[in-house]
Design a protein around this ligand. Structure first.
Ligand code: PAF
Length: 278
């Protein structure tokens, strides 16, 4: 495995890399990322994993400063899963040589809904850095986790509307044995918070089972979830059922749905979702 820090060196390597499957990350890797790397391994001759904590997608007061930077640990996980992978780990000056990024990629109105309503500018920051990384890596395929369902949706639309010649591959959410979605932010949880965290998945499966059995009062199901989470000390940003294909609010006649939620326990914000065919 090779670690590359500069755009110049990456471009040089890219000339002879053949087809490239790309896994963009912010590091602090876990088993969920390794599923993305395994998927990438099967899809192209070469694999690039980027590790870059992107300031542009963090709001004021969010966890940019405390986000764990664990490059050597990340590199050894990647080496184990895919010895021929290239790790692209630019520093901030390499990707943002000017004090601010002047040109940004502006996603449509969906960027202000769901997570976007609580993290203004977040998806603009994601779309901008992912476009930059796509231009640098020039991948054939890019793998993204379904845990960040709204991010995946926005990036799929971006690739389509901007005619980027890249296949976006969605990868299922990895979960701990008790259902908690694997996330770099799980490392912030105290022991008590970690024990409480699977309540999110419990409610997602409860709502999914109710909808699969014919329940269509999405608002009531969400209220029940919110009430129970609040009772157990959570601060809930949203619990919503949406059309899985359009991400518009679900209507009774939809057959492909996704329930998405975001909530905070202590100082940690967790997100999760579940798809339903009904
Ligand atoms: O999902 C993430 O880890 C980040 O949002 C991404 C796609 C690497 C962009 O910084």
């Amino acid at each position: 495995m090779k670690i590359i820090h500069t755009i110049k060196e990456l471009r040089e390597w890219r000339k002879t890399a053949g087809t490239v499957a790309f896994v963009p990350t912010m590091g602090n890797l876990h088993a969920g990322h390794m599923a993305l790397v395994r998927e990438a391994r099967e899809r192209a001759q070469s694999v690039v994993v980027s590790i870059f904590v992107n300031r542009l997608q963090f709001g004021q007061g969010e966890d940019f400063d405390r986000y764990p930077r664990t490059l050597s640990h990340d590199a050894s996980l990647i080496e184990h899963e895919c010895p021929h992978a290239v790790v692209f780990a630019p520093d901030e000056k390499e990707l943002y040589p000017h004090v601010i990024q002047q040109y940004k990629v502006e996603p449509p109105a969906l960027q202000d809904e769901l997570c976007g309503a609580f993290r203004p500018g977040h998806f603009r920051g994601v779309a901008t850095v992912v476009s930059k990384l796509f231009n640098i890596v020039q991948p054939t395929v890019a793998c993204f986790g379904k845990k960040d369902y709204q991010q995946l949706f926005i990036l799929q639309q971006m690739v389509e509307e901007l005619n980027m010649p890249i296949d976006v591959v969605p990868v299922d959410t990895g979960r701990a044995g008790d259902g908690l979605a694997l996330s770099s932010r799980n490392s912030y949880l105290s022991e008590a918070e970690r024990a409480e965290a699977p309540r999110l998945y419990h409610h997602l499966t409860r709502m999914r089972d109710a909808i699969a059995s014919g329940e269509r009062d999405f608002a009531r199901l969400a209220e029940e979830t919110i009430e129970d989470l609040v009772r157990h000390g959570w601060v809930v940003d949203y619990v919503e059922t949406r059309n899985a294909r359009t991400l518009k609010p679900a209507v009774h006649t939809d057959h492909a749905l996704v329930i998405l939620l975001a909530a905070r326990i202590g100082s940690t914000r967790l997100i999760d979702n579940i798809e339903i065919q009904c």
